[in-house]
Design a protein. Structure first.
Length: 323
């Protein structure tokens, strides 16, 4: 059996040449999206993540109305390490005040993000939740604007994010090959919903890197449950609650099981999990290391899959609805 030697695995991201830690640090919690997080806890979480081998940090101007970018920027600076030792992605087009994927807005947005992050460039700039905009505008206006930012050296790679999976093929099929470097999908490669799997061969064939976010289904697969704003149906929430309670009763942790489930697919370059404490960082890194050294708990996983079966692959609406 392969051994981790206690190290977090690095995985290539499509054709970018980047190697991302298989566990990525989702910084939306640093924008107080899942409840208040002190600056001390935010800094300590980022520091511990980096120490344990996490090199990939994701944020957005939308998270906490720019707070996440500011807090992450400060914490990364405090690491005091060369810039090429960590990989940062942020986003554009979604803001506290609404969506705007115009070339003018995203071009201004990157300068604002770089200032908040205290960086000269970001590794990846992603159009954030494109299902809320016009996909044709993304193809014809937003991505060409991002290409100019690439040429200007403000960003290294271009990505798109969102919930429905068909948005990715729509855009990738309509831009020149190699234009979209990365896609970020969320809530579609967790124990309760694994529909991203069907899209992976297409993305691989195009050399597009795959980041899968929200392995804990934005809190559904945690003992404490999801936040108030979680968009899942009452049925999904109640079935996931039952699964979490079952694990707890058995002395198991549903979040660890969920992390290991997502990490098991090696075509996913990084499993992006939102973290706001040293304990969560340590637990999620340990889950990845243990997966390599020991393997996952297949018995509990199949029991949990059986509990989740009634809602398997059920999702919720997102974006401008098609009539
Ligand atoms: P997630 O599934 O990662 O869940 C995060 C929640 O789980 C938080 O409340 C966190 O505190 C908690 N948690 C983390 N580790 C835990 C552990 N070991 N035990 C118990 N609870 C734990 O959902 P997320 O944060 O929404 O997604 C991860 C990241 O992915 C985000 O922070 C963001 O960077 C990115 N993301 C991007 C998009 C997009 O671009 N549209 C959408 C969703 C997420």
């Amino acid at each position: 059996m392969a051994s981790s030697d206690g190290k977090l695995e690095l995985r290539p991201l499509g054709n970018t040449g980047l190697k991302l830690s298989c566990v990525g640090f989702g910084a939306s919690p640093l924008g107080n999206v899942f409840g208040p997080v002190s600056e001390h806890d935010a800094n300590a979480s980022v520091l511990q993540a980096f120490r344990l081998g996490i090199n990939f940090f994701d944020t957005s101007p939308f998270y906490g109305g720019t707070l996440s970018e500011k807090v992450l920027g400060k914490a990364l600076k405090a690491l005091g390490v060369p810039r090429d030792e960590y990989i940062v992605s942020t986003k554009c087009g979604r803001y506290a005040e609404g969506f705007d994927f115009s070339a003018e807005r995203v071009t201004k947005s990157i300068d604002e993000s770089l200032a908040r992050l205290q960086l000269d460039y970001v590794d990846i700039l992603q159009c954030h939740d494109i299902e809320f905009g016009s996909l044709d505008q993304i193809v014809e206006e937003t991505i060409p604007a991002l290409q100019k930012l690439k040429e200007a050296g403000k960003i290294r790679f271009i990505g798109i994010t969102g919930l429905p999976l068909d948005i990715f093929t729509y855009v990738v099929d309509r831009v020149p090959p190699g234009t979209v470097d990365v896609i970020l999908s969320y809530c579609h490669y967790s124990i309760n919903d694994s529909t991203l799997e069907d899209l992976i061969p297409y993305l691989k064939s195009k050399g597009i890197g795959v980041i899968s976010a929200s392995p804990l289904a934005m809190g559904l697969l945690t003992e404490s449950g999801p936040p108030e704003w979680h968009p899942a149906s009452a049925e999904i929430k109640s079935v996931c609650r039952a699964a979490a309670a079952y694990c707890k009763e058995k002395g198991k942790n549903i979040s660890k099981l969920a992390m290991q489930y997502s990490l098991s697919n090696k075509d996913i370059s990084s499993v992006l999990v939102g973290m706001n404490s040293i304990i969560q960082v340590e637990e999620n890194v340990a889950a990845a290391v243990e997966l390599v050294d020991v393997g996952k708990d297949d018995e509990t996983l199949s029991e949990v899959e059986a509990i989740l079966k009634p809602v398997k692959n059920q999702t919720w609406p997102s974006g401008i609805q098609k009539s």
